[in-house]
Design a protein around this ligand. Sequence first.
Ligand SMILES: [Fe+2]
Ligand SMILES: [Fe+2]
Length: 296
Amino acid sequence: MPDSIRVKTINHVGIPIWDRRASLKFYRDVLGLQVIPSMVDSPHIVWTKTLDGTMVHLIEPSDGENLGAPHIAFEVEDFDLAVTVLGESGYSELTEPGERHDGQKYVFVDDNDGNRLEFTTASGLPTSSRVADALGYTTDSGTNEVVNSPSTIKILTINHVGLPITERAECLRMYRDLLNINVIAHQIDGNSLCWAEMPDGSMVHLIDTPHSVGPHGDGRQHVAFEVADIEVTAEALVEAEVEIVEGIGTRHDGQQFLFVYDPDGNRIEIATRGDHSQTTRTADENGYTRENGVLL
Ligand SMILES: [Fe+2]
Ligand SMILES: [Fe+2]
């Protein structure tokens, strides 16, 4: 069997934004993410993190005019192996590997639906002397200006990322076959999603093209933040005048969820951790899920 890539977890997500002042009112002041020093030279990226260190990079247009695409960064066990395997895989837009100020190595590639994926080593944040101001603008030295969020919301980590796809079987050549992310039974109704799980329980949800879209458009691309208490979180969102557009709902594994939008229209889910360890559902190799033998 050829060497294959082992994905450990989600290292960070990249979310396109227009203006950090507006975005930080949402991500820092309402959701409680902490601004941390950036380890890249581009001044257009605000680095923030959840409580377990999983990062959220808010990315302003580098040319002031064009929003970039969102991306998800997977942390892999063996970075050099990942670069080799990706290089031989035939996927497009594979970039030259680079290295950040904290020693984190990275490379980008697109899946066959054009979803931007990044692969990284672990982050070395504690060893850097770089400092950030309140808006995340970063310099090599000085005093770190940590702004404590007034929020009561505590984002523990990233629970999953939703990615829009077209051809599921094709798409799984990347996530299942190349990255070894484990396809599991999903815990929703219908069969329009494929759930795939990393070793630490964080997930990628690959979402088929819908027949029609709802009032908010195509909401497949989203980031799901994990909290311990959805009710307390919902109350804090209402208090902050953030509209809850869907939820609170509950999935078959007990996972509770709700949806909001950030100031730029990025769809954000807030979810608790489900427990699907005892599920009676089964999935085929493409994630099509059955309950009591019946296809959902
Ligand atoms: Fe990134
Ligand atoms: Fe989701």
